[in-house]
Design a protein around this ligand. Structure first.
Ligand code: SAM
Length: 290
């Protein structure tokens, strides 16, 4: 497992005088729900206190009241972005849940690449992409199967609520330690060295298939699709049931008939959109036609 920004359990904050009451936690939970659609369980209170303590230490703050002031003052928008990083994890990796990429290669991509080669529009969306390994893994398979993909009407959109991870994704550069999931033959084709030792860069042909952008999945979507494949894995897990149902509904509305949706191994389709899909494999669904 890897995390791009060292977002692991922070440990002791060093703020000995700092207190964090149940109502302070509830205030943070309310902000998280309003702005990010996140559902914070009270069982996470100690973890969140520890991470918030780290953030407050960085800012030189000594009380939660001061932190709340910052969340409401002129720096509120930027601080909410920092708070999001405190509350969520950006853990991701290349070829995570390999079985999804196997099905894409064997079954889903061949007809889509054929359609693209015949001039049709083909669109993929990695929603909640973190630093991008999911989108890069998909792009590598596509180019491996179809070296002319860049000249076709075929594109991958990759979005995340967190501008910091999107900035990292756009560099296309990763430490060697994070590249282990990429099969050797794809590494040889799609990675190149950089001036920085121990850091490699994804090749330009892979990167140019992908458009990275910041997007909050709880906001109305700013596009209509249609998408042929949507990957939203290990993201809905942070949302409460009602928010999850709204997000599945939004996906269904921008997916083409017979398009495929991939979700995380501990996630489930809920709400009205469930009726729009048929199960096509483990954590994999197909949009009904029509
Ligand atoms: C655990 S990572 C999963 C990354 C990738 N999909 C994977 O499975 O490897 C979850 C990502 O969801 C993003 N996220 C959380 N809430 C979101 C929201 N409301 N809208 C969009 N992205 C969100 C986080 O910023 C984080 O990068």
């Amino acid at each position: 497992m890897q995390t791009r920004r060292g977002n692991a359990l922070a440990g002791m904050s060093g703020l000995d005088e700092w207190t964090f009451s149940q109502s302070d936690f509830d205030r943070i939970a309310q902000i998280a729900k309003t702005y990010f659609g996140l559902s914070l369980s009270r069982s996470k209170m100690a973890l969140i206190q520890s991470r918030l303590g780290q953030r407050m230490k960085q800012l030189g703050l000594t009380s939660f009241a001061q932190y709340l002031e910052r969340l409401q003052g002129p720096a509120a928008k930027d601080e909410r972005t920092e708070l999001l990083s405190v509350l969520t994890t950006n853990v991701t990796r290349f070829f995570r849940e390999q079985h999804h990429f196997d099905v894409l290669r064997s079954t889903i991509l061949p007809p889509l690449l054929k359609a693209a080669a015949a001039g049709q529009r083909v669109r993929f969306w990695s929603a909640g992409c973190s630093t991008g390994p999911e989108a890069f893994s998909l792009a590598m398979i596509i180019l491996d199967m179809c070296p002319t993909a860049n000249s076709l009407n075929l594109k991958i959109l990759a979005t995340d609520i967190d501008p910091l991870v999107i900035t990292t994704a756009k560099t296309g550069q990763f430490p060697d330690a994070e590249l282990g999931g990429i099969p050797q033959e794809l590494r040889a084709k799609f990675l190149k060295g950089t001036a920085q030792s121990g850091v490699e860069e994804i090749t330009g042909n892979v990167r140019s298939l992908i458009t990275f952008g910041v997007l909050n999945l709880i906001d109305p979507l700013p596009f209509q699709g249609p998408f042929d494949v949507v990957l939203c894995r290990n993201v809905a897990i942070y949302f409460d049931r009602d928010t999850q149902s709204k997000v599945w509904r939004a996906f269904s509305d921008v997916m083409a008939p017979e398009a495929h949706l991939f979700i995380g191994h501990s996630e489930h389709l809920t709400g009205s959109a469930k009726a729009d899909f048929t199960k096509a494999g483990f954590t994999m669904y197909q949009r009904l036609g029509g």
